[in-house]
Design a protein around this ligand. Structure first.
Ligand SMILES: Cc1cc2nc3c(=O)[nH]c(=O)nc-3n(C[C@H](O)[C@H](O)[C@H](O)COP(=O)(O)O)c2cc1C
Length: 365
């Protein structure tokens, strides 16, 4: 019997998770032409043996221009789908952890170099770069090439690309899709008045700024009918006059009405002058406010690193699940160690059962 709330089961849109630990999406910048490689097989294989409730595949671009960098994973072609299928086959052979995917488009933050090369923008005419697209021709940084403002055809093309990628995700039997509406990428660029300066029905009022993200959501919902669909948001731009928690709540309620199965609450990433009050739990108050306004599960994320900290977030009702990123790269057995700490259980691969330390004799379910 589970003792800790962290290890109690939870359901997201009918998908039953064994515990409330979510592995957050983490870009690996190790794809080739959008295609997953052996790195992904190793990386996802490692995380799929961590005992978490669900594993989220990194931000996966719905068009080649939607990739943050030339090393991003994509799901916009048969080749991409095949490469991902190969990785998933390998991982699933050895783990039954549900695997979700984050689908996104980087908008004006696309055409970037790999983080370990500095992460700056690659000019459209330089090797590995391309012209970016966004709601308005406003660059992320003043020294960056300005994006092309999307016209009606461009919006339609991207909306359809999201739906096509979701159909591929369904074919790959992925357990859930998360739409990336956070961190200053394309959909967040539409939401925030700082990056969206349009004067048509996709800019101006909150209703207009939400229009394209909601149209994308509806098209993906239609394409991915049978499994959970969630949204990741930035709750605030951390800039006065930017996107904020009140607008996030309105967005969450509009999504819930359209069949969203969970909200994943992050923050920031849109503006270079953001002033983030960073520290343990720094985004949890936003999750709590969203949770108070909707009736779907809410996931908290951001500097959640300690077992008791994670338990308290669930136990006090701040959020229904916690997502972990850096801490689980650092310690891929974080959920095992959390279970051992609470006297709880996790599932482990048969090959690893003999590692169970004497003092945690009942760790493996
Ligand atoms: C290596 C790395 C890659 C990331 N890639 C993504 C991504 O693909 N999509 C996304 O929404 N967030 C991404 N993030 C942000 C994380 O999902 C998470 O929100 C953030 O790191 C805060 O959580 P943490 O304190 O547990 O690391 C990434 C973070 C890291 C460290």
């Amino acid at each position: 019997m589970a003792q800790a709330k962290l290890f109690s089961p939870v359901s997201i849109g009918g998908l039953e998770l064994k515990n409330r630990i979510v592995i957050a999406p983490m870009c690996q910048y190790s794809a080739e032409d959008g295609k997953m490689t052996d790195w992904h097989l190793m990386h996802l294989g490692m995380l799929a043996n961590s005992g978490a409730g669900i594993l989220t595949i990194e931000a996966t671009a719905v068009t080649p221009e939607g990739r943050i960098s030339y090393g991003d994973v994509g799901l916009y072609s048969d080749d991409c789908e095949r490469a991902m299928g190969r990785v998933l086959d390998g991982v699933r052979r050895w783990s039954d952890m549900p695997i979700a995917i984050q689908l996104g488009h980087a908008g004006r933050k696309a055409s970037s170099d790999l983080p370990w090369n500095g992460g700056g923008q690659i000019a459209p005419d330089a090797e590995g770069g391309w012209k970016t697209e966004a709601p308005s021709a406003v660059a992320f940084k003043t020294e960056y090439d300005s994006p092309t403002a999307l016209d009606r055809d461009g919006l339609n093309r991207i909306r359809i690309a999201f739906a096509d990628a979701a159909r591929r995700a369904a074919r790959l039997d992925l357990a859930a899709v998360q739409i990336h509406g956070a961190h200053g990428y394309l959909l967040h660029q539409f939401l925030s008045p700082l990056s969206n300066q349009r004067t048509d029905e996709y800019g101006g009022s909150l209703e207009n700024r939400m229009r394209f993200p909601l149209e994308v959501f509806e098209s993906v919902r239609e394409a991915f009918r049978d499994s959970p669909l969630t949204m990741r948001v930035s709750a605030t731009d951390w800039v006065p006059g930017g996107w904020d928690i009140e607008q996030t709540i309105a967005f969450a309620q509009a999504l819930e009405k359209r069949g969203c199965d969970a909200m994943h609450v992050s923050s920031g990433g849109l503006a270079v002058n953001q002033q983030i009050a960073i520290g343990p739990n720094y985004q949890v108050p936003f999750a709590r406010q969203v949770k108070a306004a909707v009736n779907i599960p809410v996931i908290a994320v951001g500097l959640i690193t300690e077992f008791e900290q994670a338990e308290a977030i669930i136990g006090t009702g701040d959020a229904d699940l916690v997502a972990i990123a850096r801490a689980i790269l650092y310690d891929p057995r974080w959920p095992w160690h959390a279970a051992a700490h609470f006297g709880d259980t996790v599932s482990a691969a048969d090959q690893y059962l003999r590692c169970q330390p004497r003092q945690f004799r009942n760790l493996f379910a």
